[in-house]
Design a protein around this ligand. Sequence first.
Ligand code: HXC
Ligand code: NAP
Length: 290
Amino acid sequence: MILAEGMLKPGALKGKNILITGGGTGLGKSMGEYFLELGANIVITSRKLDVLLATAEEMMAAKGGKVIPIACDVREIEQVEAMWKEATGQLGQIHVVLNNAAGNFISPTERLSTNAFNTVLDIVLKGTSQVTLTAGKDWIAKKQAGVFLNIVTTYAWTGSGYVVPSAAAKAGVLALTRSLAVEWAKYDIRSNAIAPGPFPTEGAWSRLLPGDLVKKFDPAKKVPVGRVGEHQELANLAAYLVSDYSSYVNGEVMTIDGGEWLKGAGEFNNLDVIPEEMWDMMEASRGKKA
Ligand code: HXC
Ligand code: NAP
């Protein structure tokens, strides 16, 4: 199936060292696997070293190449700086940072404790900012080019109830992306973002559709193309955006959601529930001849 096929030519990321936060699971892992297949070396980081070690073994066995697992909580600046030192020490230079780590859960906002709200803000906005600042300062000091790719969501610009800390934090990450795309272009540092719609992962599904919610709110039903995303589709877009083929793309957020957020936005988009017979009746009632 073409949806599960790699798109870039073999070797498209050869010579690139790519750091992925949250790279041990879900979409981070899928994007990392494809980068590896295209010839990159990758560093995967997150809090759980056991998960990272297992993923690194699995990836290298499947794709070859080099995968370096480094434990790092992006909320802790000392850990971020130590992780960056370790990664650059092992590989010499990191060319791309993929800010993918996130935390999220659904809840009515008034039920959230201050700590719950801050936990998501800290992982998503503070964590992304800390990794970005650490990498960017080092690239600038060493006069090295760099690429940031930040994973946001489509509700970064619409907002969304029940995931308010995540929406606020992702909006901040989008602003960070666009701001630095302009400010740091003079240092040969590009910044772009991807806004995915629903892509099934254990992490997202267990927190956003817990229990029976997954049956009640089938995410595919909200998507005009009628399905959820395939991980390889996202990996193809990410590989393009971190590659030199996208050198002229800077400050962009690319949506990959089958048209989902626009469906929610358009005033009359929900009229697709109207059956053909009812359209026939309406036509007939205004006197149109068959
Ligand atoms: C309300 C909750 C909660 C929940 C935790 N808290 N879960 N409040 N509803 N479901 C509260 C806790 O009670 C605590 O507050 C505070 O949040 C911190 O909780 P901890 O468990 O101590 O935090 P921590 O161990 O740091 O874990 C962080 C986490 C967790 C965000 C809570 O879910 C996590 O590790 N997530 C990482 C992976 C993830 O979320 N992936 C999904 C990304 S999907 P108190 O006051 O009690 O101390 C995504 C997709 C969006 O972003 C778009 C989809 C289409
Ligand atoms: P996931 O597997 O849960 O990925 C989240 C990753 O972040 C995990 O590997 C987790 O690893 C890491 N992480 C969490 N807190 C961290 C911290 N404090 N420090 C460092 N790493 C941390 O979920 P996913 O669905 O693949 O999500 C990946 C990205 O896609 C996220 O940015 C998410 O917002 C975005 N997204 C997903 C969807 C979707 O439908 N799946 C849609 C839109 C956007 P540890 O637990 O080991 O730390």
